[in-house]
Design a protein around this ligand. Structure first.
Ligand SMILES: [Zn+2]
Length: 248
């Protein structure tokens, strides 16, 4: 069981991160990919990945509306390219940004991360809230290896993303959204990736989300795909290891 995207190092997300890691091991997880959205979170993720080697894997990024110091993050990626498993999250967010000029600025910064993913040959973890089409247009011919994290666009675009050789990661949204159940129908078993985006998207509010809640998503997906929860978790784990070249 591998959660390919969560933020357990986001400042103040959890009272006790060590407990989250310990509990994740007890729940039978094989690994967790911890993502970062801003510079200070990136530093914490790197530290945790050193401490919990072969269990915690890191990606360094800059969220289009929550990020800080994108130049610093780009530098951090270059300095740690052999230690991390991906570039991101990064991308475009038109949900929180309506101003066309500022959307243009988001694109300029996103392009720098796309170029760096290509240069370092690391997978690119894309944030694309209400901006899925523009994100896809920017990466389509980039040559970068892409995953659309927390994808919430149309199922038609999901199909195009998959046909282009990219990946879509299914979040715990699937537990409470009809659209995500529709999207799931176009994702074949050999391309399933699971994530929680924890502490967000909790299925058990007011509790935060936890990486092992991908079990709940897997159960829901098993119903849609007419198979077992175990098979979904096993496939998603294998896909995560292959896509991110994890050393597990
Ligand atoms: Zn995220």
């Amino acid at each position: 069981m591998i959660d390919i995207h969560c933020h357990i190092c986001f400042p103040d997300a959890y009272k006790d991160v060590d407990w989250v890691v310990k509990k994740a091991r007890e729940e039978g997880m094989a690994g967790i990919i911890v993502s970062s959205a801003r510079y200070d979170e990136g530093i914490r993720v790197l530290e945790l990945a050193v401490k919990e080697k072969d269990f915690i894997f890191s990606t360094l990024g800059y969220h289009p509306t929550e990020g800080t110091d994108h130049e610093g993050v780009l530098k951090l990626i270059k300095e740690n390219k052999d230690r991390i498993v991906g570039v991101g999250e990064c991308g475009l967010d038109y949900h929180w940004q309506k101003d066309p000029g500022k959307r243009g600025d988001q694109k300029k910064i996103f392009q720098k991360f796309i170029d760096l993913a290509k240069e370092t040959k690391l997978p690119l973890v894309i944030h694309s809230w209400d901006a899925e089409q523009d994100c896809f247009d920017m990466v389509k011919d980039s040559g970068a290896r892409c995953v659309f994290h927390c994808y919430s666009g149309s199922k038609e675009l999901a199909q195009q993303i998959l046909d282009n050789g990219f990946w879509i990661s299914m979040s715990t949204h699937i537990l409470f959204s009809k659209n995500h159940r529709k999207i799931m129908k176009v994702i074949p078993l050999e391309r399933i990736l699971l994530e929680t985006d924890a502490p967000w998207l909790s299925p058990n509010k007011p509790e935060p989300n936890y990486p092992w809640n991908i079990k709940l998503s897997a159960k829901k997906i098993a119903d849609i795909k007419n198979t077992t929860t175990e098979e979904i978790l096993e496939r998603a784990k294998k896909n995560a290891i292959d896509f991110f070249s994890l050393n597990i």
